[in-house]
Write a protein of this length. Structure first.
Length: 236
């Protein structure tokens, strides 16, 4: 059974169709990439899966449970966590306070502390800046904080939206190395990423979106070797 199964998903913004019958699956332990041009519908997929946008029709199932109409705060409790585009940290709160907000669904303080230490293990800079206001961090540090905050909920499935946006190549490499670490530790990842080459370098499989529809899918290595993909998304 797939961990996440999306079937014939349609989303409309007013009269404009954003998703036109999208179907895909994410299996436990995979890193799945969604690639495509701006406006193709990648972010809308993540927002609909996590309950931030309402589906017009279709079905979303997580570990066999229909979550199509489940509110966003309850979806987090089921084991999905969303790292939004543009970080969205709380600038007037400290790094530590931002991280603890990520654990709002959990009651066991010992487990929260264990998760905090795990996050600090992935992101030593967050530990160094624990008392610093999030708004004073660099863009790369804010991306680390957004990821760390999501991991504090101990998600089974981590949904990431454009983690490389606005970052230097060195920081992009660092962020993607951490995504690989998180995956190796057992968290399944659904990744939306404009940097198709980087996304495909760590993904198991990928889906290519064009104007609200899936135009192509396959293993990451197949897509990296596809001439159309190389021309359209890899600049080759």
């Amino acid at each position: 059974m797939s961990m996440l199964q999306v079937t014939d998903l349609c989303v409309n913004y007013g009269v404009i169709p954003a998703l036109k019958g999208i179907s895909f699956e994410v299996n436990e332990g995979e890193v799945i990439a969604l690639i495509g041009a701006n406006g193709a519908g990648k972010t809308t997929i993540l927002h609909t899966v996590t309950g931030l946008v309402e589906a017009s029709s279709g079905k979303i199932e997580f570990e066999g449970k229909d979550i199509t109409r489940v509110p966003a705060h309850q979806i987090v409790k089921l084991g999905l966590a969303h790292v939004p585009e543009g970080r969205r940290v709380f600038p007037e709160m400290t790094v530590y306070q931002n991280l603890m907000l990520g654990a709002f669904t959990r009651n066991d303080s010992a487990e929260k502390q264990a998760s905090l230490q795990s996050v600090y293990g992935h992101f030593p800079r967050l530990k160094e800046r624990a008392r610093q206001l999030a708004g004073t961090l660099s863009g790369g540090e804010q991306q680390m904080l957004a990821m760390g905050r999501a991991l504090m909920s101990r998600p089974r499935l981590l949904l990431m939206d454009e983690p490389s946006m606005g970052l230097s190549p060195i920081l992009v490499g660092e962020i993607f190395s951490i995504i690989e670490e998180v995956s190796r530790e057992g968290t399944t990842v659904l990744l939306v990423e404009q940097n198709a080459k980087k996304a495909l370098s760590i993904a198991d499989r990928a889906y290519v979106l064009e104007t609200g529809s899936i135009s192509l899918s396959g293993s990451a290595s197949e897509l990296l070797g596809n001439d159309e993909i190389r021309k359209a998304y890899l600049g080759e």
